[in-house]
Ligand binder design. Structure first.
Ligand SMILES: *[C@@H]1O[C@H](CO)[C@@H](O)[C@H](O)[C@H]1NC(C)=O
Ligand SMILES: *[C@@H]1O[C@H](CO)[C@@H](O)[C@H](O)[C@H]1NC(C)=O
Length: 325
């Protein structure tokens, strides 16, 4: 059963103290789920509300981040999944969401994964499952992005296989756009490689968690790479050192805001300079940040988190707002 009624956590504004490395950005938790639900990804709708994909059930949530007391509502529970991962807008009110049956926190049962196409009426949050596309030969689909020239086709990050999967939701065709060692977990078999995936211009940008890489590949209109990987930043942010990159977002100037486990948001400039933007390695502000998006009005970042399953108190995933301007 999906959790449909959740206690809203009261809005707690708190200012981060200015440090020598970053200026103060107002940070506020908008909502926190109860333990057992992690937020994996968020996606802004045209009305400024957010869709949230969650781990713990196949439930998709909707939240108005500008409400006085924002509260996530379960809008649909997708059949055949115990966890949802990446999301992408397909146009015309349609969205793609990947999910499947988890076999461990970082792996899915092969054959259980699919891309769901859902329609969302933004003003009413009325959500319907249109159809599912089975993606048979993978154990992990993480970040997702639609191809700008073929918006009903999405690219999905296979973090274990080190591949970019291509799923055409118009004809249910699944193929491998490309594979590369820079996308895989490297020599750590228990870690995940590529996590976040965004398309900007003629490039596919990605984060690789296990290898601690932020990089890009030039791609064609169908998502196939037309050249080699270019590493844009690798600041020693590696899973074996307790920090690891997750999903990320670009602002209009080309700065990247990346979710970094266990508790910070880093900024990478177009020149590759990286700094802590919000939170820090020991902060409780962000409990395992998983993804970042920029609000439609460009004034804020919204961050999803996984929550905390060790220590006391344990807690569910959060949606946190960071003021940009
Ligand atoms: C491999 O990755 C896992 C998960 O991120 C991590 O806990 C572990 O420390 C890594 N092991 C090595 C040898 O890097
Ligand atoms: C992209 O795919 C379409 C449909 O298969 C094909 O017609 C087109 O030539 C492809 N473009 C490139 C650059 O390969």
């Amino acid at each position: 059963m999906a959790i449909t009624l959740l206690t809203p956590t009261f809005w707690i504004p708190f200012l981060l103290m200015a440090t020598t490395t970053h200026a103060a950005h107002q940070v506020s938790q908008l909502f926190q789920f109860t333990y057992g639900t992690s937020v994996e990804n968020l996606l802004p709708l045209s009305n400024g509300c957010l869709l949230l994909s969650t781990i713990g059930s196949g439930s998709l949530y909707y939240i108005n981040p500008e409400a006085l007391y924002p509260s996530a509502q379960n809008v649909i529970t997708l059949p055949g999944s115990t966890a949802l991962t990446g999301m992408a807008a397909l146009g015309n009110g349609l969205y793609a969401v990947s999910g499947g049956v988890q076999s461990s926190p970082s792996c899915f049962v092969e054959g259980s994964m699919q891309v769901y196409v859902v329609s969302v009426a933004a003003d009413s949050a009325d959500t319907k499952l249109v159809h599912g596309v089975s993606v048979p030969d993978t154990c992990m689909m993480d970040g997702m992005a639609a191809l700008p020239k073929h918006p009903r086709t999405v690219l999905s990050a296979d973090s274990i296989g080190g591949r970019i999967l291509r799923i055409d939701t118009l004809n249910d065709c699944v193929s491998v756009a490309f594979s590369d060692a820079a996308l895989g977990p490297g020599n750590n078999a228990t870690a995940l490689g590529i996590k976040g995936l965004r398309i900007r211009g003629d490039y596919l940008y990605f984060t690789n968690s296990a290898q601690g890489i932020f990089g890009r590949f030039p791609i064609d209109e169908n998502g196939t790479n037309t050249g080699k990987v270019e590493i844009l930043a690798h600041p020693g942010c590696r899973s074996d050192e307790g920090n690891s990159y997750d999903d990320f977002a670009f602002d209009d100037e080309g700065n990247v805001f990346v979710a970094v486990h266990p508790s910070s948001i880093n900024k990478i400039t177009p020149g590759g300079a990286e700094s802590t933007f919000a939170g820090d390695e020991s902060s409780e502000t962000f409990l395992e940040p998983t993804s970042v998006v920029i609000s439609n009005d460009k004034k804020s970042l919204y961050v999803s988190t996984g929550g905390k399953d060790t220590g006391f108190p344990i807690s569910g995933g959060q949606v946190v707002k960071v003021q940009l301007k």
